[in-house]
Design a protein around this ligand. Structure first.
Ligand code: PLP
Length: 281
């Protein structure tokens, strides 16, 4: 496995960063994940835009100019990736001493990229169980920060309760999962939380909204509420690695008779069609 680190291509086991890196000390950094199908990155422009947005939010000016498109192309080529997940991480870099306040605007960011294998879905995934938990994370979930402690604690709690994911609520509104967005189906319409500071603006979320509109399904970008959960017809999660993941159960409440509902199924098929078109381009 050949990884990229600060301008060099090295074997994964030889890639080393300083213990004074602010990513290590403070989780002062951001990341991005892009799926690769048949050697070609999927929805790349959208991912690169989000990466730029994250870098700007942290004022990581020096990392803005790198040609990430070329970096990803090289990563795929050097590792001969067919289907995979590209991971890019940028931290503020190493400084002489540990200090909350970044010491200088001139600190060189640490830029790391790697790729791991992925088996793409071409059939309908098995529906999973999720757990309803209170969203304990910070108020800038729109930044794809490497500081994921809240997400990890919640994912662990969901796993302890036998859930594959958590569905998070804040002040009565459902925000998202710990590493996925959600769509609720009611009366043939889709509901998903608005892309504000309380959720990560998922690329798969945006793509699903686009596919739904193409299918003539109305999408309401308004959070589904905990009180409305009883009126739910279907529920699914979206993320780059999971694509569209049907949900069969929230805690002990069964949804869509534990099966994949018709709207979810239609969107899964539309998603697969869009991947086929991507491969043919
Ligand atoms: N929400 C959170 C908190 C995430 O970590 C992720 C992805 O890992 C998503 C949503 C889904 O985003 P995307 O569709 O861009 O993978």
């Amino acid at each position: 496995n050949i990884v990229y680190l600060n301008g060099s291509w090295v074997a994964a086991e030889d890639a080393k960063v300083s213990v004074f890196d602010r990513g290590f000390l403070f989780a002062d950094g951001i990341y991005e994940v892009v799926t690769v199908y048949s050697g070609r990155p999927f929805l790349l422009d959208e991912h690169l835009q989000r990466l730029q947005r994250s870098l700007k939010a942290l004022h990581l000016q020096h990392a803005l100019d790198l040609d990430y498109r070329q970096l990803i192309a090289q990563l795929i080529e050097r590792n001969q990736v067919d289907n995979g997940l590209v991971y890019i991480q940028v931290t503020r870099g190493a400084e002489a001493q540990r200090s909350h306040l970044p010491q200088t605007e001139m600190t060189t960011p640490t830029i790391f990229a790697t790729v791991s294998p992925l088996t793409p879905h071409w059939d309908t995934p098995e529906p999973v169980r999720v757990c309803l938990l209170e969203d304990i994370r910070w108020l800038r979930c729109d930044i794809k920060s490497i500081s994921l402690l809240g997400n990890i604690m919640l994912k662990q709690e969901a796993a302890n309760r036998g859930g594959a994911e958590a569905i998070l609520h804040r002040n009565g509104s459902i925000t998202e999962g710990t590493s996925a967005n959600y769509f609720a189906v009611r009366d043939g319409k889709l509901w998903t939380a608005p892309a504000d500071h309380l959720i990560l603006p998922g690329i798969t979320r945006i793509w699903t909204i686009e596919l739904a509109r193409q299918c003539g399904i109305e999408v309401i970008e308004q959070a589904f509420t905990v009180n409305d959960l009883d009126t739910l017809d279907e529920l699914f999660l979206t993320s780059s690695s999971r694509e569209i993941q049907p949900v069969a159960q929230i805690d002990d409440k069964i949804i869509a008779a534990g099966r994949v509902g018709p709207i979810t199924q239609r969107l899964i098929e539309a998603f697969h069609d869009s991947k086929r078109r991507h491969l043919e381009q």
